[in-house]
Design a protein around this ligand. Sequence first.
Ligand code: GAP
Length: 441
Amino acid sequence: MANGSDLMEKLVSLCKRRGFIFQSSEIYGGTGSVWDYGPLGVELKRNVKDAWWRSMVHERDDVEGIDAAILMHPRVWEASGHVDGFTDPLVECRNCHRRFRADNPDIRWTNQCPVCGTKEAFGEPRMFNLMFKTFMGPVESQAAVVYLRPETAQGIFVNFQNVLTSTRQRIPFGIAQIGKAFRNEITPGNFTFRTREFEQMEMQFFVEPGTDDEWFEYWKTSRMEWVKSLGIRPEKLRFHEHAPEDLAHYAKKAYDIEYEFPFGWNEIEGIHNRTDFDLGRHQEYSGKKLEYVDPIDRDKRYIPYVVETSIGADRVTLAVLADAYREEEVEGEVRVVLGLHPRLAPIKVAVLPLVKKDGLPEIAEQIQRELRRSAIPSFYDDSGSIGKRYRRQDEAGTPFAVTVDGQTLEDGTVTIRDRDTLRQERIDQSRVVEYVRERIR
Ligand code: GAP
């Protein structure tokens, strides 16, 4: 059985082999810490994002969705504190010139380069801003500098008044968004865990000052429930509270939801009490009023407090994959299974004619057409032994496999195999769609 770095190696290899995740620009030797999602990976990540959007926006009437642009006015990042404060301390080895985060305990306490072994390798750290810069328009001057957003949250803050006036929302309410963010991380790594381009799923909940602690507790509990609803084992999840000295520049209180990855416990989501910091700063920097006026008591005006929930779509997808990976011995052979929650699985059902003759492929094709009509992702496979075909689907995380065999010709029934229990049931072929649909919700 795999564990630790061995498990990560196996997972990375399965992700490549089966088309979940590829290294970006691999034919050129790869780009540092940027990854591409393949045919199965894009479906899996999309299912994770859809589950988040459904629970955050569609199933609530107090949260609105938006999709803000990646490029924003450069003053946004001055107001948010990112130009001055979104930095990591960086040191460079005087011998091999590799760069490291100076706050890494191994670097801080040993002053020895972990790559070339040089002692007394590092001088004073310098602060390194993690925002990617580019230029807006044809002139590459300081005045044309814009940033790739390092968090999606600011697109929400600057649209607070727009959403408020264009909807019927009243405080308390939230704004949710899924989108790309970019950070020039000094030490990215652990596959898709820490990358330089990633997607965030963020929600800013605007509340009356004084009610923020209560809302913080509400969202903290509710977010943990959501992460569990993805099928991740509860014993692999825990909260971690930020110590006052570790709080981000905007936060009054912060909890992480951590998952026990093969490389240790690490953050997958942050729940932050951002107070009125962001709206207050945008009001100051833009000169536009960002106060909320209570519609009943119009003398009651305040800058709302914000409780934020922020989860990385890539990072939680990695947690889902790592949690789902298992190796089992079945009849003397090792089978690799991705035990993905049926709701997240890229392919919901495989359709397998036992042999390529006697009219079995035609029946299987008919079943697949019906699945397509019901928008249930399926995969038709008639090559290789049935055992091999099952194994291929196990690795892809497909929860069900329908086999059309000789008996189908006699009584119209097919077998339906459950990936996890390996149990096979016979059901009428007309019930396949209904059977699968009931189990993938
Ligand atoms: N708006 C608040 C914010 O961005 P954060 O803790 O810096 O807070 C939130 O990031 C989440 O975004 C993290 O919990 C993680 O899931 C994801 N994330 C942050 N940096 C990442 C990176 N370099 N690669 C992948 N995901 C990242």
